[in-house]
Structure formats: structure tokens, C-alpha cells
Ligand binder design. Structure first.
Ligand code: AMP
Length: 441
């Protein structure tokens, strides 16, 4: 299978070739011809599957082959994304794929001044990548019009709902022309997403890349039980003891991120952070320094890390477990890409046992436990398994102390992504269950 055989035009093929893409990924094989035909699409695909090129390439082609020149303040294709990092990344993909085509693309998001965005929109934009909140601000100020809109893409739709964008999305949908093409991408398919798809899509092709909610096969995952107050100490110990190279670390809160970075810097370790309190330029700078190898440890929150394109990362550490189990899958998706093997280590304290249980249910595996000598927790982490059961901490025995039981027993699990040698199967289904009636608008 080649990109040319999927029907892509020469200027796009030239751009892809320069990037070194040789064969289309499974999601691209399904999505490209479908989008070229103008059909709606619903895809269960997460970051790392090549989904961005899957919609961007055919969309650029349709924009060059069909429809009028873009009018001032108008947009012809709208891509909605949950975070500014993803907006920048998707916009950059459009720029690179479309570099030989006379089309304009641009990204708008909050947290930066709106005026330059309004100026830029004046000339009209062929592909606008936007976060929902800022897009609505611009729309309400008449800086953007949708009467020329041909295609709507919802990228990481699940994440947009998780971040509380439902109302903004509804308002945007209401402002769009009814006659249009709609493409919906989501890593997970909750009832809310299915309902949204049902309302927005018309006779969509439904595709699924790798089993839903499964994580990368080439990532070996395990956890270390530890007392909450000793996590920083344990992390520093592991960094030195195991001679870890570059590490991407996830913490739960902005405060937690800052505290860890401070502790690392105090030890002379090159560390930086990415979280929502930081202005966009400094987030991008931290990421670039990490990619350039100037920063050894990059600490991030889930929201801020969403959409970060970091390849070949050998190690991801969950300093805290995520509140939303799906984020665990996204986090560990940062490692083990492009066929490389990766490792994902979680530092888990007793308070997090319910979060652990939820992750094990979602990923259908029991995470292997490895005690670290010198760090055996006083507050034991109750045993969990993929059934969602948390085996209650045994009541304090009435007998003398020496009869108390020890910690849990290990299990084993591995997870994979498409670039991996054994590609996940793509299932193309004409209609997903519950998609019988098209109800567009
Ligand atoms: P995505 O899932 O869209 O975030 O893409 C994941 C990564 O795969 C990005 O770095 C893309 O540049 C890369 N990629 C996308 N399609 C291909 C392909 N057909 N061959 C090789 N790399 C690809």
C-alpha cells in the first residue's frame, strides 16, 4: 500500500516523501479515501496512530480541489482540539503537509492575546485549528464566520468533554452550516461521545485502530509501592541508582509539578515543567529544551502534556497516578513509540489504590509490583487486580506484631502502537451500533 494508491495528489505526496513516511498507517488507509470522497468519519484512534495525517492530507486535497477561495474572516475547514499544545501541533502538521499548496492555516487558543488572532483572521483562513473557548470568543466578536465551512474535525473529542467543553461545543455546532463533512476522532468512546457522534455525523464510516482503551504493547509497566511523603526521595534515588536518562514525569497538580522540579533543581538535576499556569511560550520552550536534551527531567500535568509530540522516549514515570484512568493510557503512550520499547513506572501510595484499581480495569491487566529496598511503605498499598476489586487491608491482628502479613504479589503486563512491528488490526465498519439514523446539524 502506498500513499499514491490512496489517491493523494502530487504536492501532498512530495511533502510526505520529504518526511520519510513510506507506508500509510492503518488509520490512514481507511481514513484518506473516505475523507477524499467527502464522507463522514468516526474513528477510535489515539495519538501515535498517525491519525493527524489521516485527516489532514485528504482535507487539504479537498480544499484545493473543491470550493471557493476563502473570503475575509471566513474559514473553510475547522479542527477543534482540547489544548493549545495540540492546536500548535496539529497546525504545524497542516503547515508541513500543505507546504506545496496555496492554502492558509492557523491556530487559535486561549491564554494569549486575542488581537493578533483577530488580525490574522481578517484575510480568511483555509484551515483553522482551535480550542473551543477561544473560537467562541472570536465568533462572538465577529472575527470568524462559518458560512464557507466545508469540513469540521473534532480531534480528541473525549478529552474536550473531559475538560468541560460540552457547552462551548454545542454553541459552535449551532453556528456551523448543516451541510458539511464531519470527522470525529476520539481515543475512547463513552456514551456522551456516542451521543455527540449520533447528532453530528451522517452515515459515517466507523473505524477502530487497536482495541479500544488498550495501550502500547511494547511498553513494560510496573509500579513501586511507596509512602506518599517519600515519593520525591524515591524518585531521586531511582534516577541515580538506575542511571535513568531522560524522563518524562507526570504529577497530578501544578503545585506538585513545581515542588518536584524545585527538589530536582536543588540536587543539581536539569529539570523543567509544563503546566497550565505557564504561558504558552515558556511551555513550548521547556518542551524544546527537553527534546534538545538540555533538560533531563520534564515534569508535566496531564492537561498540559496532552498532544505533546515526543518520540523515542524510553521512560515515563507516573509520580502520581492520574485521576482519570484514560490519562494513564495517554501518558504511557509517550513511550515505546516507533517500535522502540519503553518503560512506564508508577510510584503508588496507599491513597491511590482506587485510582490504581480503575487503571487496571481499563487496561485489563494487573500492574506488576516491585518493592524498592529501603522504601517499603508503612502504609501498605492494598492488593488490586483487573476485576476492579480492592482487597481490603487486613484488620490489625489481635495477635502480636510479628504475625502481620507483608505486601502483595507481582503480576505482569505489556501494552503497543501501530508503528510497532505487529500493527493493530483496523476494523472498518459501515455503521457503528446506534448510528442508524443520521441526524445532522
Ligand atoms: P499522530 O498519531 O497523528 O499524533 O502521529 C504520530 C506520529 O507518527 C507523528 O510524529 C507523525 O509524524 C508520524 N506519522 C504519521 N503517519 C506516518 C506514516 N505513515 N509513517 C511514518 N510516520 C508517520
Amino acid at each position: 500500500m502506498t500513499f499514491a494508491s490512496l489517491g493523494l495528489i502530487e504536492p501532498l505526496l512530495r511533502a510526505i516523501e520529504a518526511l520519510g513516511y513510506q507506508t500509510p498507517s492503518p488509520v490512514q488507509v481507511e481514513a484518506i479515501p473516505t475523507v477524499l470522497k467527502g464522507r463522514d468519519l468516526m474513528a477510535a484512534a489515539q495519538t501515535g496512530t498517525g491519525k493527524t495525517a489521516g485527516f489532514a492530507l485528504p482535507l487539504l486535497q479537498r480544499l484545493i480541489q473543491e470550493g471557493p477561495q476563502v473570503a475575509s474572516n471566513s474559514v473553510r475547514a475547522l479542527v477543534l482540539v482540547p489544548t493549545r499544545e495540540l492546536a500548535e501541533q496539529v497546525n504545524e502538521s497542516f503547515r508541513v503537509y500543505g507546504q506545496h499548496l496555496p492554502l492558509r492555516n492557523y491556530a487559535v487558543y486561549g491564554g494569549v492575546s486575542i488581537n493578533p488572532q483577530m488580525m490574522k483572521l481578517r484575510k480568511g483562513i483555509d484551515v483553522l485549528v482551535a480550542t473551543p473557548g477561544r473560537l467562541l470568543d472570536l465568533y462572538r466578536q465577529n472575527a470568524v464566520k462559518f458560512n464557507q465551512l466545508q469540513t469540521l474535525v473534532l480531534d480528541e473529542a473525549d478529552r474536550m468533554l473531559d475538560l468541560g467543553f460540552a457547552r462551548e461545543l454545542d454553541e459552535v455546532f449551532a453556528a456551523l452550516p448543516r451541510r458539511r463533512q464531519t470527522l470525529l476522532f476520539s481515543a475512547t468512546f463513552s456514551d456522551a461521545i456516542r451521543q455527540m457522534a449520533k447528532e453530528l455525523l451522517r452515515d459515517p464510516l466507523s473505524i477502530e485502530v487497536s482495541p479500544r482503551n488498550a495501550a502500547a504493547k511494547s511498553v513494560s509497566q510496573w509500579l513501586i509501592p511507596v509512602d506518599k511523603k517519600r515519593k520525591t526521595e524515591l524518585f531521586l534515588h531511582l534516577l541515580e541508582e538506575r542511571r535513568w536518562g531522560q524522563v518524562l514525569v507526570f504529577a497530578k497538580t501544578r503545585k506538585g509539578v513545581d515542588q518536584l522540579v524545585e527538589s530536582l533543581q536543588a540536587e543539581g538535576i536539569a529539570a523543567d515543567s509544563i503546566h497550565g499556569d505557564k504561558p504558552q511560550p515558556s511551555r513550548l520552550r521547556a518542551l524544546q529544551r527537553f527534546k534538545d536534551g538540555e533538560v533531563k527531567v520534564l515534569v508535566a500535568t496531564d492537561v498540559a502534556a496532552r498532544g505533546l509530540d515526543i518520540d523515542d522516549l524510553p521512560l515515563v514515570v507516573n509520580f502520581d497516578l492520574p485521576i482519570v484512568a484514560e490519562d494513564y493510557v495517554h501518558r504511557i503512550g509517550r513511550t515505546g513509540r516507533a517500535g522502540a520499547t519503553g518503560e512506564a513506572v508508577s510510584l503508588v501510595c496507599a491513597d491511590e489504590v482506587q485510582l490504581l484499581a480503575a487503571i487496571e480495569v481499563l487496561t485489563r491487566q494487573t500492574l506488576s509490583r516491585r518493592d524498592e529496598p529501603g522504601f517499603i511503605p508503612d502504609h501498605r498499598v492494598p492488593q488490586t487486580d483487573a476485576s476492579g476489586q480492592v482487597l481490603k487491608k487486613p484488620k490489625k491482628p489481635k495477635k502480636p506484631k510479628e504475625f502481620q502479613s507483608g505486601a502483595g504479589k507481582p503480576g505482569k503486563a505489556k501494552l503497543g502502537s501501530w508503528i510497532d512491528s505487529d500493527k493493530p488490526k483496523v476494523k472498518a465498519v459501515r455503521k457503528a451500533p446506534g448510528f442508524g439514523k443520521a441526524n445532522k446539524g
